[in-house]
Design a protein around this ligand. Structure first.
Ligand SMILES: *[C@@H]1O[C@H](CO)[C@@H](O)[C@H](O)[C@H]1NC(C)=O
Ligand SMILES: *[C@@H]1O[C@H](CO)[C@@H](O)[C@H](O)[C@H]1NC(C)=O
Ligand SMILES: *[C@@H]1O[C@H](CO)[C@@H](O)[C@H](O)[C@H]1NC(C)=O
Ligand SMILES: *[C@@H]1O[C@H](CO)[C@@H](O)[C@H](O)[C@H]1NC(C)=O
Ligand SMILES: *[C@@H]1O[C@H](CO)[C@@H](O)[C@H](O)[C@H]1NC(C)=O
Length: 815
């Protein structure tokens, strides 16, 4: 007994001594609210903080922090009880501890805080919540003195935005559950996205079942979807997303802090959904969550000397089964905030002759001092660096989680103070290995000519070029041969040169940017145009001039007219070429360039790639095709039509001597018809059938050019093969040559004829016949057959004029 008494006395003494020691410190009471009951884990955390502060020498050295905790809903702590919270606060204000208390820590619930924050402000008390995340509490007109050590739900929009910017997603959809918190978060997110030029393709809110809303997201082709809902609605959303296929490598879901206490929320059994855990695992694979982060991974020491892990261990031990684990850190830091503000205010209050214990519920001045201090506050707590935005929101850290195999795991952090991510290993992983696109990607597919088609046409062109070169060599080597000499080899060489250019233009036409490189395409465009236009004018102009010569000989009523000479024909062709070159040259002010025309309507969509066919075209910037092509069409069209006219007029000139003209006439028809086919075909054909157009137009040009060469030159060869002697002795052959190429004046020819004893035809006869007679200059072979044929020609000539008159409008209509 004695011993016990002594022990009791010692204890009393000790206690008394302690009390004595403590009484030297001024008590500093702080109100706190917590749900209570089985949720007294928050009380424990705050008690631990008060203990730590009171232990600390360099903070509130002359004071002792005292905590007055009241419980809002001890019987049902998982439910907010605003009425009770309100009642407690007013009780404290009016009949609470004798000393007024400038700080209220709590409460946990947003609903309670929303009710309290106004009343608290009226009593000049600062409220620091450790659990309320509702964005509406940041409204400074509603809650002027509200602060929180947990980030508001809108704060998560910052890491969300940073993620979008990081992966260049500028097209997102938002889906949220019908709740005022999510609406505020959405509104702040919407404004944030707008400023950053990120478009919202769908903004859906659901109440019962999200199926229609998910369907709409799909319809809008949303790829990056921000989801604002709790676990329960989350399961519904992802079950629906599974059914509608809104998951997998092409989609990224970014959720709000969800499943904080249940990382496997998605695969938890839920009778409300019809999806199996396997399906839910599939649907939520890769889902990104911006979640609250209560204990930093960095082991920075808080001002009470605790590191995050040290705090967790001590807290778990102290709170036992009531521990909230890392989520206890915000309540701890709420106490630290109050303590640091107190400590920092001491000096400032001295300036106005006040001390901390002078506080009363109507002291606005002290509230101002506290608010100024708290707005500038920065200290390290166990939940990381603590500071507040002007609206009372905590600047803190978030963790970035990603669901893999149904369970969320941390992949990185967002450090708000530094506005940057810190990734663990690779950070966010993507099913495809790379971030998906925020919409269907658009790709161009250059519509080109297949190699086989190009090679085939090139081979044909090669053959044509070989033929043209062969004929050119033949003409040059054999130029001394009489028959060649008489066939106007110079004009024929021009035809060959023109054909060569035409063949080359066909090859150029088949080139594209894949074959020669985009940078060379402009030159190819120009070369092709010049080659084709000048090649056509050269060969067709030459044929035209020859036909014109025949025509002028036959249709000229003036007997004195001198026969047209070769050099005159060459001049004529030269004029054509000059005119055409001038026209093209003037247009070079705005040169042809290669452009790509996209045909979006014909695009093919494959998964998330839309392939838009692109066709390469040559065009002039700012100039419509028709305005400059019109000149080419008119110039060459007139040549063509006039050539046709001449050929038609001389079509019945079947006198042996004029067989050549018939050949030329055939060529003119041939070119005319094929040009028309080519032009019409390329105009009417679907431009995407590039290869078909290329093949058909190339074949048109090839066939017309090659047949022209063959028709004009082939008949000469067999004759040349015959002996020269024979040719000279055959009057028909000789006359034929002379007739077309006669260089003599009519009268001179007649005089020559007279020397040979031939008489002139009767003057009563048609001048045409007289003219033709004159053509047989030297030899004056004037047989009965020839005579009767000429009479037929004369009659037919009148007929042809009528026929042609009706044909002309038709052929002009084609252009
Ligand atoms: C508390 O205030 C004292 C005196 O102003 C100061 O020396 C000390 O560093 C403060 N403590 C903290 C943690 O800010
Ligand atoms: C609040 O708690 C204190 C003790 O900390 C107690 O005296 C007071 O009655 C409580 N207030 C209410 C309204 O329960
Ligand atoms: C958004 O677009 C506007 C106009 O195009 C531009 O002025 C502004 O700088 C852009 N803002 C951002 C953040 O890119
Ligand atoms: C504070 O008190 C001192 C002495 O009591 C006095 O001289 C001074 O004017 C006071 N300052 C203010 C701001 O009231
Ligand atoms: C030229 O005309 C004559 C008579 O009609 C004919 O016999 C001959 O075959 C023709 N020559 C050519 C190359 O067409």
């Amino acid at each position: 007994m004695d011993f016990l008494c002594k022990l009791g006395a010692l204890a009393l003494l000790l206690c008394g001594g302690l009390r004595l020691g403590l009484t030297t410190k001024t008590p500093l009471p702080v109100m706190a609210l917590s749900p209570g009951g089985s949720w007294i884990g928050f009380d424990k955390s705050m008690e631990l903080a008060v203990h730590d502060i009171n232990q600390q020498e360099d903070i509130l050295a002359d004071y002792e922090l005292q905590l007055y905790i009241n419980h809002t809903n001890p019987n049902e702590p998982a439910k907010p009880s605003s009425g009770n919270a309100d009642y407690i606060i007013y009780s404290n204000f009016y009949d609470g501890p004798d000393r007024p208390m400038p700080f209220l820590l709590g409460s946990f619930y947003s609903e309670e805080c929303a009710v309290l924050c106004r009343a608290v402000a009226r009593f000049n008390v600062i409220q620091i919540s450790y659990g309320a995340v509702s964005p509406s509490l940041s409204d400074r007109t509603e809650c002027p003195t509200f602060y929180r050590t947990v980030q508001s739900a809108t704060q998560q929009n910052v890491p969300r935005l940073r993620l979008l910017l990081k992966y260049n997603w500028d097209r997102v959809a938002i889906i949220r559950y019908s709740n005022v918190v999510f609406t505020s978060v959405m509104e702040s997110l919407r404004d944030l996205l707008r400023v950053n030029n990120i478009s919202i393709v769908a903004n859906e809110m659901f109440e019962d079942t999200p199926s229609n809303h998910i369907a709409y997201l799909k319809e809008r082709d949303a790829r990056i979807i921000i989801g604002l809902f709790w676990d329960e609605q989350g399961r519904q959303v992802f079950c629906e997303a599974y059914k509608q296929g809104l998951y997998g490598a092409r989609y990224v879901w970014i959720l709000r802090g969800i499943g904080y206490f249940a990382p496997d929320w998605a695969i938890r059994p839920d009778p409300a959904i019809s999806c199996t855990p396997e399906e839910m695992t599939l649907a939520t694979e890769g889902v990104v969550i911006t979640n609250w982060h209560f204990l930093p991974a960095t082991q920075d020491t808080a001002l009470t000397g605790r590191t995050p892990s040290n705090f967790l261990a001590t807290y778990n031990e102290y709170a036992g089964e009531f521990s909230f684990g890392d989520a206890g850190s915000t309540a701890y830091d709420a106490v630290l905030t109050a303590a640091v503000v107190f400590n920092k205010s001491i000096e400032r209050l001295q300036l106005v002759n006040k001390t901390l214990e002078d506080f009363t519920y109507d002291d606005e001045e002290m509230l101002q001092v506290f608010m100024e201090v708290i707005d500038d506050l920065y200290f390290v707590g166990v939940s990381g660096p603590v500071s507040f935005l002007t609206d009372g929101d905590r600047v803190g850290q978030f963790k970035i989680e990603q669901i893999r195999g149904g369970t969320a795991g941390t992949v990185g952090y967002f450090l708000s103070h530094e506005d940057r991510f810190e990734w663990i290993d690779e950070g966010i992983y993507f099913l495809n290995g790379e971030p998906p696109h925020d919409e269907i990607r658009r790709g161009d597919r250059l519509v080109t000519i297949s190699t086989s088609g190009f090679v085939a046409i090139c081979s044909l062109c090669g053959l044509g070029i070989a033929l043209a070169c062969g004929l050119l060599v033949f003409n040059v080597v054999m130029r001394k041969q009489r028959i060649i000499k008489l066939s106007s080899p110079n004009i024929n060489n021009l035809i060959i040169m023109g054909s060569l250019m035409t063949y080359i233009s066909v090859i150029l036409n088949g080139l594209d940017r894949d074959k020669v490189g985009a940078e060379n395409m402009d030159h190819v465009c120009r070369a092709q145009l010049w080659m084709l236009a000048l090649g056509f004018t050269l060969s067709f102009g030459s044929m035209f001039s020859k036909t014109w010569r025949v025509h002028s000989i036959f249709m000229n009523k003036k007997l004195e007219k001198k026969a047209v000479k070769d050099y005159q024909l060459v001049t004529m062709v030269g004029v054509f070429i000059t005119l055409e070159s001038l026209y093209l040259g003037v247009w070079e002010i705005r040169p042809l360039v290669a452009v790509l025309n996209a045909y979006e309507a014909q695009a093919t969509v494959e998964k998330d790639l839309m392939l838009i066919p692109v066709v390469q075209r040559c065009t002039r910037h700012g100039v419509t095709d028709i305005s400059w092509l019109a000149g080419i069409y008119i110039f060459n069209g007139v040549q063509l039509v006039f050539g046709l006219f001449l050929a038609y007029e001389t079509r019945n000139v079947t006198i042996p001597a004029l067989n050549d003209s018939k050949n030329i006439g055939m060529s003119v028809y041939n070119v005319f018809i094929l040009s028309c086919v080519g032009a019409i075909f390329s105009l009417l054909m679907d431009p995407l059938k590039t290869e078909t157009i290329f093949l058909v137009t190339s074949l048109c040009v090839l066939v017309s050019t090659t047949t022209t060469l063959l028709i004009i030159f082939t008949p000469k060869t067999p004759r040349w093969l015959q002996s020269d002697d024979h040719a000279e002795r055959d009057p028909a052959v000789f006359v034929r040559a002379r007739a077309v190429h006669c260089q003599d004046n009519f009268l001179a020819a007649c005089a020559k004829g007279k020397q040979h004893g031939y008489s002139l035809p009767q003057s009563s006869e048609s001048p045409l016949i007289v003219l033709v007679t004159a053509l047989f200059c030297e030899e004056y072979i004037f047989t009965d057959t020839a005579r009767s044929r000429l009479l037929t020609l004369y009659k037919l000539e009148k007929l042809s004029a009528v026929t042609f008159a009706s044909f002309l409008p038709l052929s002009l209509g084609i252009f």
